[in-house]
Design a binder for this molecule. Structure first.
Ligand code: GDG
Length: 444
């Protein structure tokens, strides 16, 4: 069952219109026959066995690259065996694509798990147009240089005609590293490598604005939002966090900030309630298991210390909710807390903003989320600064209707400017232009 987020919807409609083929790993190591179509799109499943799941997925993708690309918030682990399996699985993807793509066809490769595929595919099929998009931050040299296979990863990506990142910083980090380590020449937006011109750029992802606005106006979902508030005792302020349970998301930090405010009497469990949804993620990884245990220990401590009978201070849900329910929660929340230590974009922040058509609701946003570049109307925080988070909560609570409206209107304008369909179209148009240009980019 695919996740019902905006990314899947956007890619679904693009693939439907272009009669595309979706190649991917179905997310399980079971031997069950995977479906061959989804909403009229042809699917091609790449099988991954249990050992590859451990070494390619949990290992190299999520215990080496994920922490390294997120400011090394946890120490990245480097294992040669994981690297070999990452290479093997990337080759399997490249071969599957090479067998399926029409002559001169277009291939769009997504994310850090498949960074070697562009170059592998180019060797197998020099006729095809290749785009790559990195959904997570691309780290600066100081961090990336730790990677024992740094040159191979860069060369892998350089197989693409267009390499897209969420922000200019990612594009610039990548281009600089490519020039330093691979012999590529050029600028932050265009490189020459092995006689080919490669475009590098920022393509900030977004959400399906119209769909979210429509859902947020649905009377049944609005009634559910009221019911949620009533169920919580109609608090003065409802604070909400929605994240995959991931150590990069800064969930514990915001809980600690709320706990300190409960301790000093700025908040009380009866009047101000917090709801934290933590969606299960990468559960067989030890780091994630540890994060879950710590988070649950902190939350139960806060409830033990400051909750009252019938009024826990923090309502905690460790589950994947239907998207309707998420929209109802966004509608019910007065303050949305999005405090990652580092995040490529953060779609939750944009989804919240899209739900608030009456211009109520306040967003507290980490300056280290990609979304901070666009959502300038948020109450910005440094997620490492507990006092700063507390101050931002207080500022948000005390902001009057005019300030709240102005901030929300500004954030909605910024989000409406480019939805997820514009993002996908923008990338694909740039990809076609890049591949047609042919001549090498200007070198510096
Ligand atoms: C990666 C990058 C980048 C969450 N809980 C539920 C649920 N969700 C949906 C949200 C949102 C999506 O999951 C989460 O997206 P984020 O962007 O917040 O975070 P990551 O999962 O880390 O995504 C990130 C993104 O890729 C896209 O490029 O922004 O930086 O890390 O759409 O709505 N959906 C449902 N139930 C839930 O309980 N149905």
């Amino acid at each position: 069952m695919p996740s019902p987020g905006g990314l899947v919807s956007a890619l679904t409609s693009i693939l439907q219109n272009r009669k595309g083929l979706w190649i991917g790993w179905p997310g399980t190591t079971d031997h069950e026959e995977p479906p061959s179509t989804y909403e009229g799109i042809r699917l091609k499943a790449i099988a991954i066995n249990h050992e590859e799941y451990e070494e390619f997925y949990l290992g190299f993708s999520n215990a080496t690259l994920w922490p390294l690309y997120h400011d090394a918030i946890r120490s990245p682990t480097f294992h040669r065996k994981w690297w070999h399996t990452y290479r093997d699985v990337n080759m399997r993807f490249a071969q599957a694509i090479a067998e399926s793509v029409a002559p001169g066809g277009t291939v769009w490769i997504h994310d850090y798990q498949l960074q070697l595929v562009p170059q592998m595919l180019r060797q197998l099929r020099p006729d095809v147009v290749i785009g790559f998009f990195c959904h997570i931050p691309f780290p600066p040299s100081e961090l990336f240089m730790q990677l024992p296979w740094r040159r191979e990863i860069l060369t892998g990506l350089l197989g693409a005609d267009l390499i897209g990142f969420q922000l200019h910083a990612g594009a610039s980090n990548f281009s600089r590293l490519a020039r330093k380590l691979t012999g590529a020449s050029g600028t932050d937006s265009g490189l020459n490598f092995e006689g080919r011109a490669i475009r590098v750029g920022a393509f900030p992802i977004s959400v399906d604005c119209d769909q979210i606005v429509k859902m947020a106006a649905d009377p049944a979902i609005r009634a559910r939002a009221r019911e949620i508030r009533e169920g919580l005792g109609n608090p003065e302020f409802l604070m909400l966090g929605v994240d995959r349970l991931d150590y990069t998301k800064g969930i514990q930090q915001r809980i600690k900030a709320v706990a300190e405010m409960l301790a000093d009497g700025t908040l009380s469990a009866e009047r101000q309630v917090m709801v934290q949804v933590a969606v299960p993620s990468r559960e067989s990884d030890a780091h994630y298991e540890q994060e879950r245990h710590e988070l649950e220990r902190v939350i139960s401590g806060v409830n033990g210390d400051y909750g009252l009978v019938g009024h826990p201070a923090i309502h905690y849900l460790h589950k994947n909710l239907p998207f309707d329910e998420l929209i109802a929660l966004y509608l019910a929340a007065d303050i949305m807390l999005v405090t990652p230590f580092r995040d490529g974009m953060n779609l939750v922040a944009k989804e919240y903003v899209m739900c608030r058509s009456d211009l109520t609701g306040k967003l507290i946003l980490s300056e280290f989320a990609g979304a901070a570049a666009e959502l300038r109307g948020a109450f910005m925080v440094n997620p490492h600064d507990l006092d700063g988070i507390k101050e931002a909560i207080l500022l948000a609570m005390n902001a009057g209707p005019k300030e709240t409206r102005d901030r929300m209107a500004r954030m909605r304008r910024a989000t409406f400017r480019r939805d997820v369909y514009d993002w996908a179209k923008g990338f694909l148009v740039a990809l076609q232009q890049t591949s047609r240009k042919g001549e090498p980019a200007a070198s510096s």
